[in-house]
Write a protein that binds this ligand. Structure first.
Ligand SMILES: NC(=O)c1ccc[n+]([C@@H]2O[C@H](COP(=O)([O-])OP(=O)(O)OC[C@H]3O[C@@H](n4cnc5c(N)ncnc54)[C@H](OP(=O)(O)O)[C@@H]3O)[C@@H](O)[C@H]2O)c1
Length: 248
């Protein structure tokens, strides 16, 4: 897999899935713009990745900041040829009847509306070029319900719907859109869960373990690459079999 200097923007690239995917993309010949809020983390990543990477700090839930970062990315490496809209937050778990409506709206803005904004910003140039790729990070919450986090589940169902909408409308323009579905991937997000709870989670995975960010990034790279040229509108789980299993 060689990305031949393709300019790929990765959001949520200061840590976890986004950072590991950005590294893999650079190793495979892409020029990558990393976007996240923590500038120091981005600086450290760029120092490690070298001149085929650059980083811009932005809160993707703030349209002006997101657009400034996307403009800066285009200014640095030229038009965006692929977007990995990966930034997301899980939010806290609260019983439905007590769930704070501000948290609900903020979660939708960061996890869903930001993907709409970013895609709307980069797609016109892709239409002009007659090609482009959008990859969005969903969740098992894109396909299943989950107690006590209606905001997260709604936002992640939303990004899968948004992916499909983009895929269908943009297919005639040579633009593909897919949604990658992480199962339980060992990142900062999961590290916040108490160890005994992590053990219980791993035991529920048919493979009896969590996934690594590298295992997720391999599939992300494939979906971002020309090797997936006839793949669009899909949701692709990297979950050790969780979504397709039942407990007996
Ligand atoms: N790990 C899993 O098992 C799992 C499961 C299901 C879904 N996911 C999804 O996978 C994606 C990545 O998660 P992860 O596991 O890699 O989590 P992570 O290690 O916590 O990384 C999250 C990334 O998103 C960035 N981010 C968060 N809010 C942001 C905002 N408002 N603006 C810009 N960047 C923001 C963070 O950077 P800054 O803090 O520097 O902004 C960080 O780079 C998320 O969409 C998450 O919902 C992960």
């Amino acid at each position: 897999m060689n990305f031949n200097g393709k300019h790929i923007v990765v959001t949520g690239a200061s840590a976890g899935i986004g950072l590991v995917t950005a590294k893999m993309l650079v190793e495979r010949g892409a020029r990558v713009s990393l976007i996240a809020r923590r500038q120091l983390m981005l600086d450290a990543a760029v120092a490690e990745l070298g001149p085929n990477s650059t980083g811009f700090s932005a809160d993707v839930g703030d349209k002006a900041q997101l657009y400034a970062a996307l403009d800066a990315a285009s200014g640095h490496f030229g038009g965006v040829e692929a977007l990995f809209a990966n930034a997301g937050l899980t939010g806290g778990f609260t019983p439905f009847t007590l769930f704070d409506s501000d948290v609900f709206e903020q979660t939708l803005r960061v996890n869903l509306t930001s993907v709409f904004w970013a895609a709307q910003k980069v797609i016109p140039a892709m239409i002009e070029a007659g090609k482009g790729v959008i990859l969005v990070t969903g969740s098992m919450g894109s396909k299943r319900g989950m107690a006590m986090n209606p905001a997260y589940v709604s936002s992640k169902h939303g990004v899968l719907g948004l992916t499909r909408a983009i895929a269908v409308e943009m297919a005639p323009h040579g633009i593909r859109a897919n949604c990658i579905i992480p199962g339980f991937i060992e990142t900062e997000a999961l590290a916040r869960i108490p160890p005994e709870q992590q053990g219980k989670i791993a035991a529920r995975v048919p493979q009896r373990r969590m996934g690594s960010p590298e295992e997720l990034a391999e599939v992300a790279c494939f979906l971002l690459s020309d090797a997936a040229s006839h793949v669009t509108g899909q949701d692709w789980a990297v979950d050790g079999g969780v979504l397709e299993s039942i407990e007996v």
